[in-house]
Design a protein around this ligand. Structure first.
Ligand code: DX5
Ligand code: ZN
Length: 218
């Protein structure tokens, strides 16, 4: 885990008609990762884009590509996203009855493996997956859409997960995704998160650079 707070703008809130430019703009604004929300219309009630889009965007930046797969049966797709240039591939524990095997698969492809939990999912669900994970993604909205309000009950979950990681001496990032803005970001950082996803807060901000700084806590 890095001591630095990482900010990962979600391009779900970007202008899709100039997505390449939007992605290219992020490094100069101080972003650390590009968060890529992949939705299949089955695991979540929305469809976004697949590995083909990730591959097309890859030449637009050197930033880390943080692919959040909100798809049923993610094992089927992990290799495609690895080949497309994703650096971190996160799957949902609710979407995969063999999440342990899929996390190992992602690592075997030379990528960082993330495990995500929906707001209703107890942290115990990832307890036995932590040895295979580089990141835990705590959803702070129900996945499917950008621009929703942060669910404060997840703060306790973030605390519990960070406590378990420290107790077990593991090196795992804790990412929070959904409704993160300059106010909720502070609560997430205090609870132990070190990677903050923000869609609307960044892309709808008048001053995107300043907003990324505020989310990081500068
Ligand atoms: C929700 C996505 C999020 C979303 C965040 O299903 O996983 O990454 O784009 O958007 P905001 O920050 O607007 O809640
Ligand atoms: Zn996401």
């Amino acid at each position: 885990m890095t001591d630095r707070i990482m900010v990962a703008p979600s391009i779900l809130s970007a202008d899709f008609k100039k997505l390449g430019e939007e992605v290219a703009s992020l490094a100069p604004l101080g972003a650390d990762y590009v968060h890529l929300d992949v939705m299949d219309g089955a695991f979540v009630p929305n469809i976004t884009f697949g590995a083909h889009m990730v591959k097309a965007l890859r030449p637009c930046t050197d930033l880390v590509f943080d692919a959040h797969l909100m798809v049923a049966d993610p094992a089927k797709w992990a290799e495609d996203f690895a080949n497309a240039g994703a650096d971190i591939i996160t799957i949902h524990c609710e979407a995969d009855v063999h999440a342990h095997r899929t996390l190992r698969l992602i690592r075997s492809l030379g990528k960082k493996a993330g495990i995500a939990l929906n707001p209703a999912t107890h942290e115990n669900s990832v307890e036995y997956l932590l040895d295979e994970a580089d990141m835990v993604l705590v959803m702070s909205v129900n996945p499917g859409f950008g621009g929703q309000s942060f669910i404060p009950a997840v703060l306790k979950k973030i605390e519990n997960i960070r406590e378990t990681i420290i107790r077990r001496g593991l090196d795992i990032d804790v990412e929070v995704d959904g409704g993160v803005n300059e106010k909720t970001a502070r609560l997430c950082r205090e609870a132990g998160a070190n990677v903050l996803v923000a869609g609307n807060a960044v892309f709808k901000a008048q001053d995107r650079k300043q907003m990324i700084g505020l989310i990081r806590g500068n």
